[in-house]
Design a protein around this ligand. Structure first.
Ligand SMILES: *Cc1c(COP(=O)(O)O)cnc(C)c1O
Length: 462
């Protein structure tokens, strides 16, 4: 084949049929939820109006946050960037794992680890950077724990020519240098949090100069920074409706891919949950049939026992951050000042979970389960040995649930079709695997949950 006269188009390098799998619209769960989503509230108890969010987010993202349209068009520039970073991501079948388990179940997974930053987070990062750029925003701030979200947004802001400052939880900044280096390589400024740059950071450092930081503190700092400047807005990597919306590219692709290979609707859809975005991204496009009674697909959401938001949290209005700068969201929460134990799955160390996912859990449509760290790493090792891919410690939670369900199917002799989200690879998380191999991993239950600091709004509502 001669290529020298071919136009240098992406479609010649990547097959056009493949590109067609990338959807042109995102899927919005809001209009088909079994009950109306309780509105975000101000601490006074008044509903937040779209206008109130303008200091933080560009208008197009606020519109998406409140949108009740079932489909939202993906801008061409965003869809092209999706293709450039390797979408559609592969839908793979874990045949060797099936064989090892001796299960009649078929195990499919959507592999989001092939993106340049190694996880699904870039799907919303690209969309958020695009809309901010389109509305003239020059600089973004955000927070990151282990660095998955920060590196995704660092790449996306590099694509669209925005500046980025990332407040990175100090303990991760010190102990996990590789994603920090990745962020800096992409051109972002990375600050250990708590930092002296913000009031919330300074007030913590005054009392406790060695404070290791937390996601809640870093969010407070990023928000305060964005509010203090006209050229800057804030960007969040999970929990909010528009973030989950962008992630539905995963499930929409998976649907087309299953159809292309003549496979039926999955019996089980499984994902891990930090704030809920990779789970929702895969699961929501499969949920309409279930909500309309047209399918029996079960949805399993997996969390760590150390941060049991869905299995042990309360359903209440709470803040998204420690300094109580965010609006109140009605969600499953362990309280905004919950300190998660230092488990290796950094992306699952968040006190709350997406409001839409909370409703689906309340209605029994999504079934939450919790696993402890050791059994999760054991499952991850089995997956690595059979499929070759080292799962991110977060994604390994889903792997553990998949193995359990595949063994149940074996016991009952059922040819179940299981689909799960392998939300990222763990090649930058080998420290966790080292601890596991050296027998240093400990199982931790949850820390003390203190719900006394939930906003007083609940008393007014009842
Ligand atoms: C951040 C992260 C998660 C958890 O976040 P969600 O919003 O719940 O998806 C899961 N897996 C990976 C690989 C992550 O980086």
């Amino acid at each position: 084949m001669r290529l020298e006269h071919a136009p240098m188009e992406l479609s010649l390098i990547r097959s056009p049929q493949l590109e067609e799998i990338v959807p042109t619209k995102w899927f919005n769960i809001l209009p088909i939820l079994p009950e109306q989503l309780p509105p975000p509230l101000k601490p006074s108890g008044e509903p937040v109006k779209p206008r109130d969010l303008e200091p933080l987010f560009p208008r197009s993202l606020i519109e998406q946050e409140f949108s009740t349209e079932k489909y939202v068009r993906i801008p061409d520039e965003v869809r092209e960037a999706y293709i450039e970073i390797g979408r559609p991501t592969p839908l793979l079948r874990a045949r060797r794992l099936e064989k090892l388990l001796g299960t009649p179940a078929k195990i499919y997974f959507k592999y989001e680890g092939v993106t340049p930053t190694g996880s699904h987070k870039v799907n919303t990062a690209i969309a958020q950077a695009y809309y901010n750029h389109a509305e003239g925003v020059e600089r973004l701030t955000t927070e990151t724990g282990a660095g998955q979200w920060g590196s995704a947004l660092a790449l996306a802001t590099a694509f669209f020519g925005l500046k980025l400052r990332v407040y990175m939880v100090r303990i991760s900044y010190e102990q996990k240098p590789y994603r920090r280096i990745l962020m800096e390589l992409y051109g972002a400024e990375v600050i250990p949090s708590p930092s002296p740059y913000t009031k919330s950071g300074r007030s913590i450092l005054e009392k406790d100069p060695d404070n290791p930081g937390s996601l809640g503190i870093a969010i407070s700092e990023a928000i305060e920074d964005a509010l203090s400047r006209d050229d800057t807005k804030y960007s969040l990597g999970s929990v909010l409706n528009h973030v989950l919306l962008h992630q539905t590219v995963i499930g929409l692709e998976a649907k087309s891919q299953l159809e292309l290979i003549g496979e039926e609707n999955p019996d089980l859809v499984i994902g891990c949950v930090g704030g809920g975005s990779n789970f929702a991204g895969l699961a929501y496009p499969f949920m309409e049939d279930r909500l309309k009674g047209k399918s029996n697909t079960r949805f399993i959401a997996v969390e760590p026992k150390a941060v049991p938001t869905m299995t042990k949290g309360v359903y209440a209005y709470d803040y998204g951050d420690t300094a109580r700068l965010t609006p109140l969201l009605k969600m499953h929460t362990l309280g905004h000042d919950y300190t998660p134990p230092p488990i290796h799955a950094g992306g699952l160390r968040y006190h709350g979970v997406a409001p839409t996912l909370s409703i689906l859990v309340n209605h029994g449509i999504v079934e939450p389960v919790a696993y402890s760290q050791l059994e999760v790493f054991k499952a991850a090792q089995l997956f690595a040995q059979t499929e070759g891919i080292v799962p991110a410690p977060e994604s390994a939670h889903a792997v553990k649930a998949v193995i359990d369900e595949a063994l149940k199917a074996k016991k009952q002799g059922e040819k179940k079709i299981i689909l799960f989200n392998l939300s990222g690879h763990g090649l930058l998380d080998l420290k966790g695997y080292q601890d596991y191999l050296e027998g240093k991993l400990v199982d931790t239950g949850p820390n003390k949950v203190n719900l006394k600091n939930l906003p007083r709004i609940q008393e007014k509502l009842v």
